[in-house]
Design a protein around this ligand. Structure first.
Ligand code: PEP
Ligand code: MG
Length: 595
């Protein structure tokens, strides 16, 4: 940790993912590894206490499993809930419990150590058996063991997050998008994680909730201690422990400059996103919840370019019904009418999961059962959503788009299902928008290359650059270790964007960008120069993008794109993008601190 001489100020550096500065006490939530359970030998008199702890943990685990079982059987039916019977049997296994008790009594071990040793021994024994049914019990034993150990070790991150009483800065090993969505803005001043990347959904959520955040801090959650005082700088990606008066003064100035900038940006809210040479750009906002429409209107965006509907599905115990979804989509469409609202169909998987759907664990979730792949197989879930969107489309301003289209076959299947549901609604006499437009997200390289054939079957393209970059460059968007390889200006990305926009134009459809590139003032001009005519970004950054567009000439953006298409260096392209953006809107980039 760098150290400022003469003070006990310490600076930890990570990746900035959500702008803003905050200061306060830290709540540290490190990752507890099971391997860390030490083998402590206790005195004889401790055995009764250890056995009582074990019994309490077993009882708590039983209640927990029964609760999950109840939720699953309500959501999916008794059949799916039956796997939890096997888990309850593990908890009751007399041989296993006898062995744990013996280790506590005779060898004077702690309950957690004895339980972990025994569960591992039993799991290994089952794993070695030829019979497939018995082998499967290994997973049950490991699942149950994790739950019991969580109770014994007080390892409950969700619990810690719910118990926060005072406003604080959270420093965690990791936060899932689900946890981030649950954070209470009044109590969480900012957060930082050891892992993660700029386009992880956790980072995206932080930006949309305007919570300053830093990721990729490596071992911060382990090195920092609850109760320490720190400043979190979401502009430059730093945590400063025990900041000196000089540091606080410099940050005070930075915050003042930001307030002045925000006042300036407010002036553009009611103005159109039009370049200096008269090119009209559609500037829309990305939303996660029906309640986000207020932020959309306040940002000056012209509608919604991406409604991430999966957030309607997470943080609850059952799937949302068609009626609930209908109400949510209609609410958004009605609030923003006549501005368009692009509803993206369910994009579950990757880093967004539902605890109540028993989706098997995958080695490569981002390459797995995700988004349209999931929906085309789980037709009941897809049906409810498409019917809800169709019904809400009577408002007249809804468009649909499918995520993760890899080629024509998936697009045709999705469109055929949509047509089937329209016929179903016709049969029921239920109205929907007959001119409803359908778009494809271009976020898999194969879709960009095949954009020419996809363009004949849709009315628009929306480039999901977050995934397009991760898949094209084979760089996991969550992995802080390789974040330096996640390069939006890589020549291959520039060419894929151009290829998509050209294919769209050839077939008379527009191309937008709803990935995080669209909300980056440095990169937005490049996108416009490549032929993109719609940008959709978090409401919090929409004013900056509009400010920049209104100071840029499309001609300059096109020259930048021409340069980028000729260049073979991502760094060189980025440098040119920076030069243009800083030249036209220097005030947007004044976020440094110090002399
Ligand atoms: C993208 O991939 O760029 C995108 C907008 O979708 P998401 O970030 O939700 O995967
Ligand atoms: Mg995506």
């Amino acid at each position: 940790m760098p150290h400022t001489p003469g003070s006990n100020e310490k600076v930890l550096r990570g990746i900035p993912v959500s702008p803003g500065v905050c200061r306060g006490r830290i709540v540290a939530i490190p990752r507890v590894q099971e391997t860390e359970i030490p083998r402590l030998v206790l005195s004889e008199s401790d055995a009764a206490h250890q056995i009582a702890r074990l019994e309490q943990a077993l009882l708590a685990t039983r209640h927990e499993i029964q609760e999950v079982q109840r939720q699953v059987s309500q959501g999916l039916g008794a059949q799916d809930a039956s796997i939890f019977d096997a888990h309850l049997h593990v908890l009751d296994d007399p041989m296993m419990l006898e062995e744990v008790t013996r280790l506590i009594r005779d060898e004077r071990l702690t309950a957690e150590y004895a339980f972990k040793q025994t569960a591992e021994k039993f799991a290994r024994t089952f794993a070695a058996i030829g019979d497939e049914y018995l082998r499967e019990r290994t997973t049950d034993i490991r699942d149950v063991a994790t739950r019991v150990l969580n109770h014994l070790l007080g390892r409950d991150e969700e619990g810690v997050l719910h118990q926060i009483k005072e406003p604080c800065i959270i420093i965690a090993y990791d936060l899932t998008p689900t946890q981030t969505a649950q954070l209470d803005k009044k109590k969480v001043l900012g957060f930082a994680t050891d892992v993660g990347g700029r386009t992880s959904h956790t980072a995206i959520m932080a930006r949309s909730h305007r919570i300053p955040a830093v990721v990729g801090l490596q071992t911060a959650s382990h090195d920092l201690v609850t109760g320490q005082y720190a400043l979190l700088d979401g502009f430059n990606g730093q945590i400063i422990l025990n900041p000196t008066d000089q540091t606080l003064f410099e940050y005070g100035q930075l915050v003042r400059r930001q307030v002045t900038l925000e006042e300036k940006l407010r002036d553009t809210i009611d103005k159109p996103a039009i370049t200096l040479d008269g090119a009209r750009i559609t500037l829309s906002a990305n939303v996660e919840q029906p309640g986000d429409t207020e932020a959309v209107l306040a940002s000056g965006a012209e509608g919604v370019g991406l409604f991430r509907t999966e957030y309607l599905f997470i943080n609850r115990d059952t799937l949302p019904t068609e009626e609930e979804q209908f109400a949510a989509y209609r609410q958004v469409a009605a609030a923003l009418k006549p501005a368009p609202v692009i509803i993206r169909t369910l994009d579950l998987g990757g880093d967004k999961f539902l605890s109540h759907l028993s989706v098997p664990q995958e080695m490569n979730p981002f390459l797995g059962w995700r988004a349209i792949r999931f929906c085309l197989q789980e037709r009941d879930i897809f049906r409810d959503q498409l019917r809800a969107i169709l019904r809400a489309s009577v408002e007249g301003n809804i468009k649909i788009m499918y995520p993760m289209i890899s080629g024509l076959d998936e697009l045709n299947q999705a469109n055929a299902f949509l047509a089937e549901l329209k016929t179903e609604l016709d049969g029921e006499g239920i109205a929907y928008d007959k001119r409803l437009e359908v778009g494809a997200m271009i976020e898999i390289p194969s879709a960009a290359v095949a954009a020419d054939s996809l363009a004949r079957r849709v009315q628009f393209f929306s480039l999901g650059t977050n995934d397009l970059i991760q898949y094209s460059l084979a760089v996991d968007r969550l992995n802080a270790k390789i974040a330096h390889l996640y390069e939006p200006t890589h020549p291959a990305i520039v060419r894929l964007i151009k290829m998509t926009a050209d294919a769209g134009r050839k077939h008379g459809i527009w191309t937008g960008v709803c990935g995080e590139m669209a909300g980056d003032p440095v990169l937005a001009p490049l996108l416009l120069g490549l032929g993109v005519t719609e940008l959709s970004a978090a409401p919090s950054v929409v004013p900056q993008i509009k400010y920049l567009i209104r100071r840029t000439k499309l001609k300059e953006a096109e020259s930048l794109a021409e340069f980028a298409l000729e260049s073979d260096s991502g760094a060189e392209i980025l440098a040119r993008c920076r030069k243009l953006a800083r030249g036209v809107a220097p005030g947007l980039f004044d976020q440094g601190v110090g002399p």
